[in-house]
Ligand binder design. Structure first.
Ligand code: BTN
Length: 243
């Protein structure tokens, strides 16, 4: 497993995708960049992280030998690996906001962007991009963002954090390879943000509605108990959790 450290790149996810198109990339190859000029978030958003203080990195994971029930299990193990790491560093009140934002209380400390490499109609590898707010202590105009330093008052070693996340990823991917789907989903749902709490959502047309998050489906959709007592499943493009 190699760790490639860059001063700057457009996006560590893009870097790994280009590399893997050119040559064989070893499992768990990791690219860490001090600065991304075109950091990407979910749903076409921009990921802008303060240089050197935070972690922006991507991990190449070969999943060609996996019989995946659903690609969403990759999201789950990625989120759980970060969450377990933050627990190890004594960060409290951790939650996973579906699909894979990591929050402490209701503030976001980590975003994850998973991009799959498809070969012959199946997922050959996953590029797991992680943006973790670590030593940044101010988030102007981002009232819903936080960092490990804000939460604990400590300063963290970025290399050590990467190593612990990688170890946790390896552990969870072993479970996934063993087909421990129920265990992974149950653990993910334990940490699900706003589970069983009255919540307000917005649909694709911008209409607000209320419901209770009950869990996730086997294909990774969000299960919401609506006011008419029916549980409906939503995919990422269909719903935004407001509060
Ligand atoms: C999100 O919350 O929308 C996901 C953010 C993911 C950001 C990380 S930073 C490292 C990797 N490279 C990218 O361009 N994006 C991911």
């Amino acid at each position: 497993m190699s760790i490639i450290k860059l001063n700057a790149t457009d996006s560590t996810n893009s870097y790994l995708r280009t590399l893997s198109a050119r040559e064989n990339v070893e499992d768990y190859t990791t690219v860490v960049a001090k600065k991304q000029t075109q950091g990407r978030g979910q749903m076409g958003t921009v990921w802008d992280a303060e240089t050197s203080k935070n972690l922006t990195f991507s991990v190449y994971k070969d999943v060609s030998g996996f019989q995946l029930d659903s690609p969403f299990y990759i999201s789950m193990v990625a989120a759980l690996s970060v969450l377990k790491t933050l627990q190890f560093f004594s960060i409290s009140r951790l939650r996973v906001k579906w699909p894979n934002d990591i929050l402490s209380a209701d503030k976001k400390i980590c975003g994850i962007l998973i991009e799959n490499v498809i070969k012959q109609n199946s997922i050959n590898a996953s590029i797991i991009g992680i943006g973790l707010n670590v030593n940044q202590t101010e988030f102007k105009n981002l009232p819903k963002a936080s960092s490990l330093s804000i939460l604990s008052g400590k300063v963290y070693n970025l290399d050590e954090l990467v190593m612990v996340i990688l170890n946790n990823l390896k552990g969870y991917f072993l479970l996934l390879k063993d087909g421990k789907y129920d265990l992974i989903k149950a653990e993910y749902e334990t940490h699900l943000f706003r589970k069983n709490k009255p919540s307000t959502f917005k649909d694709v047309e911008g209409l607000m509605f209320s419901g209770f998050i009950k869990g996730i489906s086997d294909s990774g959709k969000l299960l919401v108990l609506l006011e008419d007592n029916i549980i409906k499943s939503f995919d990422l493009k269909e719903i935004t959790l407001l509060y």
